[in-house]
Ligand binder design. Structure first.
Ligand SMILES: Cc1cc2nc3c(=O)[nH]c(=O)nc-3n(C[C@H](O)[C@H](O)[C@H](O)COP(=O)(O)O)c2cc1C
Length: 424
């Protein structure tokens, strides 16, 4: 959504390109195994969403799954033939379960019934889906969904453990009210959780072994217990940087100012409010980090005095004294540990390139990512960003308008180049 609140600065050029859709699974094929659980209807919605990530989605249903949702629904939503029958004469000359197993990049079983979990844990192959599972040698994700008692049953739990020892990945079901009205663990997770599991399973683990520290979001500088000075940072760019690192195998800690973004699965979050809190925690956590990304929009000034009680409106004018906060990025550079890579983000409203080159020279970071927040289609509050990647030698790479996760991928590609140079 364009940001109507920001007026472009006079003379700044408004670029009216459209960001391409974010399709990280372009060129891939996902097998979607649907089994006979009540959450099969959600698989119909998720199949569309998986497809929107750029991949082919080939639906494979158990006979019992077709009792819940018609096969036509999946065929129509995915634009693919739906497979259910192992002994189907049509197409038998190619042995479909072997052909499909060879051609796919990921197998997602969603919803996974207690029954398919038990069968897969024991290597049973008595229908199309379970046979295809045995024939498939790529990454497999199970998303269990069932009544809490069925999920908690020692047999189901033992079967899930067995799946993990066989190298299958299991997406934890959520706690809440299940379709049968019972409360407990067994609900199919939200799309955002399934999406992350899919992206993690299909992303090469190029950052395995790396500790990554990311800061994100705005800070709040309090005038009194109820009022603060803040900025319009949503935190989306920083969360995207953290999520991309996690997908690539890094251990990620995210120090987040107040942001209304769901907690990304697998990432440790340290919530903070003020610039001072951000500085303290980053200082401590930076000791063990191989890469530090300062995406947070940390306040440059904070009130000199924070009133203990709410300031009353009994004077016609109120003047605020503000004092400078510490520059966390510069401090990190000064106390850099060994070959630590330090990346800064800056938001500007004029002379973006010149300001960014000046800033990276002044601060000494390895990369500076500069975004012009006066543009209505990029920066604060919107899903896309248009940035310059400035390197320490002043080289500037201008990226087009992209989804923030794609910006995150491009920036991480550049960081990985720096990490490679360090090891050469
Ligand atoms: C109305 C209804 C809802 C069901 N929901 C679930 C469910 O959510 N999860 C589950 O594991 N089994 C559920 N079952 C039981 C499975 O359908 C049954 O175990 C079946 O054998 C699964 O076969 P499949 O794994 O080959 O699809 C349900 C059964 C019925 C009749």
């Amino acid at each position: 959504m364009p940001n109507d609140n920001v007026k472009p600065i006079p003379g700044s050029e408004i670029l009216s390109e459209e960001a391409p859709p974010y399709t990280p699974l372009e060129g891939k094929t996902v097998l979607l195994g649907i089994t006979g659980g009540i959450a099969a209807y959600k698989a119909a919605d998720y199949s569309k969403k998986i497809r929107a990530l750029g991949t082919r989605v080939i639906p494979v249903m158990t006979k019992h799954a077709t009792e819940f949702v018609s096969p036509i629904t999946f065929a129509a939503l995915t634009g693919e033939k739906m497979y259910t029958d192992l002994f189907c004469v049509e197409g038998a000359e190619t042995i479909p379960h072997i052909e499909l197993a060879r051609s796919a990049d990921l197998f997602l079983v969603l919803p996974a019934t207690a029954n398919i979990i038990a069968k897969a844990a024991n290597g049973l192959a008595d229908d199309f889906l379970s046979t295809l599972l045995l024939a498939f040698s790529g990454p497999v994700l199970f998303s269990p969904s069932m009544n809490p008692a069925m999920y908690a049953h020692p047999a189901t739990q033992a079967n899930i453990e067995r799946l993990k020892t066989l190298g299958y990945r299991v997406i934890e079901p959520e706690i809440g009210e299940t379709a049968c009205g019972d409360q407990g663990k067994g609900r199919l997770p939200e799309w955002s959780v399934v999406r992350e599991a899919i992206l993690k399973a299909t992303t090469p683990q190029t950052l395995r072994g790396m500790n990554v520290l990311v800061s994100a979001g705005p800070t709040r500088e309090y005038l009194d217990p109820v009022r603060y000075i803040s900025n319009r940072s949503s935190g989306v760019m920083g969360y995207a940087m953290a999520m991309v690192a996690f997908r690539r195998g890094a251990r990620v800690t995210l120090v987040s100012g107040p942001a209304s973004i769901p907690h990304p699965p697998g990432i440790e979050i340290c919530p903070v409010e003020t610039a001072g809190e951000m500085e303290d925690i980053i200082g401590k956590l930076s000791q063990d980090a191989h890469v530090i990304i300062m995406t947070a929009a940390v306040a440059d000034y904070t009130p000199a005095v924070r009133a203990d009680r709410k300031i009353k409106k009994n004077t016609p004018e109120l003047r605020l004294d503000l004092v400078r906060t510490n520059d966390i990025l510069s401090q990190l550079v000064k106390s850099r540990k060994g070959r630590q890579i330090i990346v800064g983000f800056c938001a500007e409203t004029q002379d973006l390139k010149a300001q960014a080159i000046k800033k990276i020279r002044l601060k000494g970071a390895d990369l500076l990512i500069a975004n012009d927040v006066s543009q209505p289609d990029a920066g604060f509050d919107v899903p896309n960003n248009r940035v310059l990647i400035v390197s320490a030698d002043g080289d500037v790479e201008a990226l087009p308008l992209l989804h923030k996760e794609e910006v995150g991928e491009r920036v991480w590609d550049r960081i990985q180049d720096l990490l490679l140079q360090d090891t050469c």
